[in-house]
Design a binder for this molecule. Structure first.
Ligand code: KIV
Length: 306
């Protein structure tokens, strides 16, 4: 693969701050689907997950291309053991919050378990709700589902496909395991990637597959691939916000790189606050509202009266 670099996003038009265009799918300055598709072979794409307005706002300011409202928020934000219990209304709720914080990144909402598996019609309805009620600009669904992808794309909704380790199939897969390690499965993955592109997907997430399998799929398709645990040959990379920043507990998968230890820093900051409260060091006079002249005397007389 040719050497590429991550370009910063173009500056917002004059007079528009990153917070002045929140919430609109067609906002000027926002990354668009055609731009994302055109980036293949030109520059690497950066995607992060976010779960709420602050996490989206801070990521957006970092200039990421795409923000994924991943159903991994089940573990990252809701304290659940896996992604299976996240509902469509919950995904819509979090998507609305993320969209409120994302002025420039393209927001992709995960379709949760049960929202697209029953029928193609149900898949289209669920995708419509993530755009109409959640404000997302695109949806992502797991697995080799060309019919669902085609129907959602035909409704005018940009679709991201997701192959390799698909966490909603956790029980069928027998756990969170690296996928496509044998030739047959690797060739099937590359074929599925092509079929999903033909069905209308504009982006493909590859999760937990050997680097050479991801390379083969990336070469085989004309749409960008985004890797997570899929090696360096994808057209972009995604990490989960909580993993990247050290908000999730160890152990984490081997592909996670911690860029911060925010969990530790939060604990230290809150412990310092607790210590100041207990010692009386907080609040200081500068952190208190001054008492108007004469008011202290009035209060003193009142409290002295029987
Ligand atoms: O839900 C999620 O965070 C995801 C990423 C792992 C791509 O689907």
């Amino acid at each position: 693969m040719d050497e590429r670099h991550v370009n910063p996003m173009p500056p917002a038009p004059p007079g528009m701050s990153s917070s002045s265009n929140h919430g609109s799918a067609a906002s000027p300055g926002r990354r668009t689907v055609p731009e994302v598709v055109a980036s293949k072979g030109v520059r690497r794409l950066v995607m992060v997950t976010a779960v709420d307005e602050p996490s989206a706002r801070w990521c957006d300011r970092a200039g990421v291309d795409l923000i994924l409202v991943g159903d991994s928020l089940a573990m990252a934000a809701l304290g659940r053991p896996d992604t299976l219990s996240v509902s469509l209304p919950e995904m819509i709720h979090h998507t609305r919050a993320v969209v409120a914080g994302a002025g420039r990144a393209l927001v992709v909402a995960d379709m949760p378990f049960g929202s697209y598996q029953v029928s193609v019609g149900e898949a289209v309805r669920s995708a419509c709700r993530l755009l109409a009620q959640g404000g997302a600009q695109a949806v992502k669904l797991e697995g080799h589902r060309p019919q669902e992808v085609a129907a959602i794309a035909a409704a005018g909704i940009p679709v991201v496909a997701h192959l390799g380790l698909t966490p909603q199939s956790l029980h069928r897969l027998g756990g969170y395991r690296v996928q496509a390690r044998e030739a047959k499965a690797a060739l099937a993955l590359v074929r599925h990637a092509r079929e999903l592109e033909e069905a209308g997907a504009f982006l493909l997430v590859l999760e937990a597959v050997p680097a050479e399998v991801a390379r083969a799929a990336t070469v085989a398709v004309g749409i960008p691939t985004i890797g997570i645990g899929a090696g360096p040959h994808c057209d972009g990379q995604v990490l989960v916000f909580a993993d990247l920043l050290g908000l999730s507990d160890d152990p984490v998968p081997r592909f996670v790189r911690r860029y911060e230890s925010l969990g530790q820093r939060i604990t230290e900051a809150v412990a310092a606050f607790a210590s100041d409260v207990r010692s009386g060091a907080y609040p200081a006079p500068a952190e208190s509202y001054p008492t108007p002249d004469g008011l202290a005397e009035v209060l003193a007389r009142w409290t002295e009266e029987p």
